[in-house]
Design a protein. Structure first.
Length: 95
């Protein structure tokens, strides 16, 4: 069951990264929305994970697991965002 949840979250993150990339391309903004979102969640996960060790027992486990999920989802989203940026730059060079 956990594997299905993880796969659904990774697919959802990929879809969100693509939607944010298309939104940024449509608006023609210089600042990439997906990069700032996924770097923000990456930073939050790096802060929440060590804090979970300082918490009492029932909440520490859930905070640690949430931080690990956020970490891997933000890395996945950031990687997809970078791949989309590189493919767009390559398409611009070919034109």
């Amino acid at each position: 069951m956990e594997r299905i949840i993880i796969l659904v979250l990774i697919v959802g993150t990929t879809i969100i990264a693509y939607l944010l990339h298309s939104y940024q391309k449509k608006r023609e903004e210089k600042r990439h929305v997906g990069k700032s979102l996924f770097m923000g969640t990456f930073t939050v996960s790096l802060v929440v994970f060590p804090v979970s060790f300082l918490m009492k027992e029932p909440f520490a486990y859930y905070m640690g697991v949430s931080a690990i999920f956020l970490f891997f989802l933000s890395i996945n989203g950031f990687a997809i965002t970078k791949i989309l940026e590189m493919s767009e730059a390559r398409q611009q060079q070919n034109l």
